[in-house]
Design a protein around this ligand. Structure first.
Ligand code: H2B
Length: 117
């Protein structure tokens, strides 16, 4: 199985199709702690990470911001005391693209490798 976290985001525009059910079956097991939620009629990947305090939650938020800027693909981030909710979806297609699964896997890698989550 290819390691999603090693992949680079592909180019995506308004005409790019969303991931299919078959692709979701392949990709979702690689990010088992993420949920696919329907928000305002659009699917998103969401995961909440827990931390010991606000400062650490904010540092994680900034690390996710860095990988987002590198990739040119950006999440919604909700930082609170001791937790950060990360949501990935592709605005241009109002749903999920392989890029969102790649970024979720990269987010898990940052959490594990730099924050011991
Ligand atoms: C112009 C720029 O590349 C686009 O607006 C990018 C920026 N980051 C993005 N992030 C996400 N998550 N979805 C997008 O459609 C998107 N579009």
């Amino acid at each position: 199985m290819t390691d999603l976290a090693q992949e680079k985001c592909g180019v995506c525009n308004n005409d790019t199709p969303q991931v299919t059910e078959v692709e979701i079956k392949e990709l979702k097991p690689q990010i088992p702690d993420w949920e696919i939620l329907n928000i305002d009629g659009e699917p998103r990947l969401e995961r909440t990470y827990n931390f010991k305090d606000f400062k650490t939650a904010l540092a994680f938020t900034n690390s996710v911001g860095e990988i987002a800027e590198e990739a040119g693909h950006h999440p919604a981030l909700l930082t609170e005391w001791g937790k950060v909710k990360v949501s990935w979806w592709t605005h241009s297609i109002h749903g999920l693209h392989r890029n969102d699964f790649i970024m979720a896997a990269k987010t898990d890698k940052v959490a594990t490798q730099s924050f011991n989550v």
